[in-house]
Design a protein around this ligand. Structure first.
Ligand SMILES: [Zn+2]
Length: 347
């Protein structure tokens, strides 16, 4: 818990020092200590908005918080573009070192407009990902390995991670109703930015891709201009969905929640992913965390072992990793900001 509070205090201080308006919204879970989504904003007269989002997957919020503090510490003074920083969209997950929220829902699989995610291959991994006992924990490990061999790496990755609506205690659960964190974010966007016409958003994640690598994803199906546009802005390639390589499309994306909240605006959205360690290690940490979480008393902090594995998988302490995170995290934000400012100049 302390790590979460410390991160948000630093974020709020950085936002206030940069002259941004800070607003917090409590995310109530029964009996939980104070958990907030913090928003920092600076509004301009233009109809362009740049949003930076951290902690959609709770534990990944530590990386997002550091990057946001860095950007805020040297915030450009030109004020043609409205700015919004969303610190810890999933504060429960951040505080308790988990990826999902306090209802075990993956907030980047939740916005489905009432649809259910039929993911038949997930059931082959269900015992592996959510064992009911120590015995099943062992048996599930073997079953998972066999399913992996049968389906192959690409199909297995997709089956596990695209989202699933059938196993509420499992990983990558879509939830069956819209989560309050998403609703709160949408309401905030509607209340403060209903007039914007162009939105750029960077949604920062960790845990996917090679160690110290950076992957950039866009929504090619909903925004065909996105890949070429961002390749120009970022001066590097965008990662395209590739089923053979196990680069999967996900169900219930957060970007669609932003589109639904700001229907008048054109959204250009990037997921920035920082790789940490091998995917099997990341998955092993998630599996152990989930197993323990369902067995802990409510609001009991994770064990030292779970915390250590989750941090290694999503927020490594290694100096080179953190430096890379900070440098590329700030660079992508600045590149989007410069692009938006250049649109203003050319008007
Ligand atoms: Zn993530």
């Amino acid at each position: 818990m302390e790590a979460y509070h410390e991160a948000r205090e630093k974020f709020v201080a950085a936002a206030e020092a940069a002259g941004l308006r800070h607003m917090r919204h409590r995310v109530p879970y029964e009996d939980t200590p104070e958990l907030f989504i913090d928003f920092a904003l600076r509004k301009s007269a233009s109809k362009r908005l740049l949003v930076h989002i951290g902690g959609v997957h709770g534990i990944e919020g530590y990386a997002g918080s550091l990057v946001q503090q860095k950007i805020l510490a040297a915030l450009p003074t030109a004020e043609h573009t409205s700015l919004l920083f969303v610190h810890a969209l999933n504060p429960y997950g951040m505080a308790f070192h988990r990826r999902a929220n306090g209802n075990n829902v993956d907030l980047n699989r939740n916005f489905s407009a009432g649809k259910i995610c039929h993911n038949a291959d997930y059931s082959a991994f269900a015992t592996y990902l959510n064992p009911q006992s120590r015995w099943e924990f062992l048996r599930g490990g073997i079953e998972g390995a066999l399913a992996f061999l049968r389906l192959g790496k690409a199909k297995s990755t997709m089956a596990i991670a695209m989202g699933q609506s059938d196993f509420p205690r499992g990983l990558f659960f879509t939830g069956r109703e819209l989560q309050r964190e998403i609703l709160l974010f949408q309401n905030f966007l509607r209340a403060h930015f209903s007039e914007v016409e162009e939105v750029f958003a960077i949604d920062l994640h960790t845990g996917l891709g090679p160690h110290c690598g950076e992957l950039l994803f866009v929504d090619p199906d909903l925004d065909p201009e996105a890949a070429p546009l961002f390749e120009k802005i970022y001066a590097r390639p965008i990662t395209r969905p590739d089923h053979k390589a196990g680069i999967y499309e996900i169900f219930g994306r957060l970007s669609n929640a932003i589109r639904a909240a700001l229907p008048q605006a054109h959204l250009h959205y990037t997921i920035q992913e920082f790789g940490t360690s091998e995917s099997k290690k990341v998955l092993a940490a998630l599996r152990l965390e989930n197993f323990e979480w369902h067995r802990r008393r409510p609001y009991e902090p994770p064990s030292a072992k779970v915390k250590e594995q989750m941090l290694a998988a999503f927020f490594p302490e290694e100096k080179a990793w953190r430096e890379n995170l900070l440098a590329l995290g700030e660079t992508r934000w600045r590149q989007c900001w410069s692009h938006l400012e250049s649109l203003h100049q050319s008007q």
